[in-house]
Write a protein of this length. Structure first.
Ligand code: HEM
Length: 140
């Protein structure tokens, strides 16, 4: 039965599971002082946006792009200083959150084939790039 479900999002249990994963992931970020320091004072906007984005990235409805346009993730992360350690922690907390929320090892293997390179692509700590806040801008 499971192999008949085409999208990763459906295979892992739909939007509710993605939202639980993001809540769990952010609780881990909040508990790590070094990782937490990268984020703004309020974690709420990031929580909301990561939920919308992951639904879309896992093959669900384009909830994120409907509101903000093209993800342009690397550009949107410019205001935040991200080094290799931060990328590694991001991936570790995402893995832990998915495991706790019941995503199988097989599904995780497929998902992290994409997320691994994506997280490392976000590293920008030693770059001379604009660090101004971007807020909720819509990108094309
Ligand atoms: C590599 C380590 C990463 C760190 C340290 C990091 C950190 C952050 C921070 C600090 C924000 C800003 C939250 C806010 O504006 O309130 C953010 C936003 C976001 N992150 Fe990451 N992130 C990382 C990797 C990723 C990856 C791999 C993805 C995609 C799977 C991702 C998806 C997003 C999305 C969609 C947003 C919202 C962008 C917007 O519309 O402003 N991040 N991230």
């Amino acid at each position: 039965m499971d192999e008949l479900v085409a999208n990763p999002i459906d295979r892992i249990g739909g939007r509710a599971v993605v939202e639980a994963i993001v809540d769990d992931f952010y609780a881990r970020v909040a508990a790590d002082a070094v990782q937490r320091a990268i984020y703004p004072e309020s974690l709420e906007p990031g929580i909301r946006k990561l939920k919308l984005f992951l639904v879309q990235w896992l093959g669900g409805e384009p909830l994120y792009s409907d509101l903000y346009g093209h993800p342009r993730l690397r550009r949107r992360h410019f205001p935040f200083v991200i080094d290799e350690l931060a990328a590694g922690r991001w991936l570790r907390y995402m893995r832990e959150a998915m495991t706790v929320q019941g995503v199988s090892a097989e599904e995780q293997a497929a998902i992290f084939k994409g997320l691994g390179p994506l997280a490392h692509h976000m590293v920008n700590a030693n770059e001379d790039i604009p660090r101004e806040p971007l807020g909720d801008i819509r990108m094309v």
